[in-house]
Write a protein that binds this ligand. Structure first.
Ligand code: CMP
Length: 141
């Protein structure tokens, strides 16, 4: 299995619930290492740039509003099969469909307030990591 890097965002709902530690514990216990962190509060315009790929979707406006409603924790996770593994740990986008024991099953309230974001491909991981971090910010260990 290749060692990969992926972008994870702990969204405003999960930051507000004080479950940052629980989410990072799940990553670490499953072999993923946090190699960069950035707590930030996105503006609606910045959230819109990050989610530009969804610009034509009906939920885009609500998504940008939600993602700029409070601080988020952006992180780079590194490990074997990191992109797929992170998505398995997150669970389905809609928490009602998320397998029990996943982050979204345990912490998400709705498809908008769904606790975490994770890159869905190697190509998007590279783009999304570059949105929040420069190469100098990444600390493999
Ligand atoms: P995320 O993985 O961050 O990627 C885009 C986000 O849009 C998604 O999580 C959801 O929070 C949000 N969203 C809202 N409605 C939908 C929908 N119908 N399909 C996919 N994503 C949605």
């Amino acid at each position: 299995m290749p060692v990969e890097r992926t972008l994870s965002i702990i969204k405003p709902d999960a930051v507000a619930k004080n479950v940052i530690g629980d989410i990072i514990r799940r990553f670490e216990e499953n072999g993923l290492s946090v190699i960069a962190t950035n707590m930030t509060h996105l503006s609606a315009v910045e959230a819109g740039r990050f989610y530009e790929v969804h610009a034509e979707r009906p939920f885009y406006g609500d998504l940008c509003e939600f993602m700029s409603s409070g601080p988020v924790l952006a992180m780079v996770l590194e490990g074997k099969n990191a992109i797929t593994l992170n998505r398995q740990l997150m669970g389905a986008t809609n928490p009602q469909e998320a397998e029990s024991g996943t982050i979204r099953a345990d912490h998400a309230d709705s498809i908008d307030a769904n606790a975490v974001h994770g890159s869905d491909s190697a190509e998007n991981a590279a783009i999304e990591i570059a949105f929040f971090f420069s190469g100098l910010d990444l600390h493999s260990h």
